[in-house]
Design a protein around this ligand. Structure first.
Ligand code: ZN
Length: 298
């Protein structure tokens, strides 16, 4: 064998070995690591990091409101059988502690927002930290570490999956910044239904005003609505936006009274189903910046 041939043989042999080791790694369906995420956006992060090695189930599914969720008996069963439960924290899942207690399960609990400086809103923390892509990267590293702790044999896989996904999030963050740059700075202000975009506002320099607070649990009073109408007129705010998880009638009324146009639908706290505009976190952010730029640049 010539030296070149020998080298080629070695490369092939190592390649074949790597493939056979790789082929041994995927787990059978019954051996997959059961992971529960409290809501759809966390479920997407967990699926990206866990890949084929995990079976990720979300409690609050697509197009549903995590603030006001009522757990079903089936949810306690899901938690009871899981290795890991991933939550947002910052007060988002007020309904969760009782559910975990009633499940009697032994799942490790990971708080995905650990290490993120919480934005204050009114009397408490603003839980919508995922709306900044830089924060989403912290969610992903926390989920990676929690999966590795719950399933040490899969640590290398989780690290590789997380690295690939984090690179996509870096690209996404650049995309958001470039899109916002296209909007004249005087027009970077919008009305959303509930106060879900504070982290986005802080990270990317778009002002958001909402008649409803950081939780959809709070009632919107006539005074809240009147205050927003005054702000729209005084600030010449060009557009109001609808959300998938809350009633759209309020925003239609505000648009009618002020002449602000309806800029479209922003996705705040929930992904859509497969056929919707935002079946993944990356598509959710892309959809939102597309809607914002098209409503605010024209
Ligand atoms: Zn919310």
């Amino acid at each position: 064998m010539t030296r070149a041939n020998w080298r080629r043989f070695c490369v092939l042999a190592i390649g074949a070995l790597a493939i056979s080791v790789g082929a041994a790694i995927p787990l059978q369906a019954q051996d997959k690591i059961d992971v529960i995420a409290s809501f759809s956006i966390l479920g997407d992060f967990a699926s990206n990091v866990g890949g084929d090695r995990t079976r990720v189930t979300t409690l609050v599914g697509a197009d549903s409101d995590v603030h006001v969720y009522t757990p079903a008996p089936a949810d306690a069963k899901k938690i009871a059988g899981a290795r890991l439960l991933i939550i947002n924290g910052l007060g988002l899942e007020g309904w969760l502690p009782r559910l975990v207690q009633s499940s009697g399960g032994k799942a490790a609990i990971a708080t995905a927002t650990t290490g993120i400086p919480a934005r204050k809103s009114g009397s408490g923390a603003d839980p919508h930290a995922w709306q900044s892509v830089a924060n989403a990267k912290i969610y992903v590293t926390n989920i990676r570490d929690a999966l590795a702790a719950a399933d040490p044999a899969g640590a290398e896989i989780y690290r590789a999956n997380a690295d690939a996904y984090l690179a996509n999030l870096d690209a996404l963050d650049r995309e958001v910044r470039e899109a916002i740059m296209q909007i004249p700075s005087a027009r970077r202000k919008v009305i959303s239904t509930h106060d879900a975009f504070g982290y986005f506002a802080d990270a990317y320099g778009v002002a958001f005003i909402a008649p409803q607070g950081v939780s959809t649990e709070s009632e919107v009073s006539a005074r809240d609505i009147a205050a927003v109408i005054i702000q729209i007129r005084a600030g010449k705010i060009p557009a109001v936006f609808l959300e998938n998880i809350v009633d759209v009638r309020l925003m239609r009324r505000i648009a009618e009274e002020t002449g602000a146009r309806i800029g479209g639908r922003l996705y705040s706290d929930s992904l859509t189903g497969e056929k919707g505009d935002a079946p993944t976190y990356i598509e959710l952010v892309r959809h939102n910046i597309k809607v914002l730029t098209s409503a605010l640049t024209n």
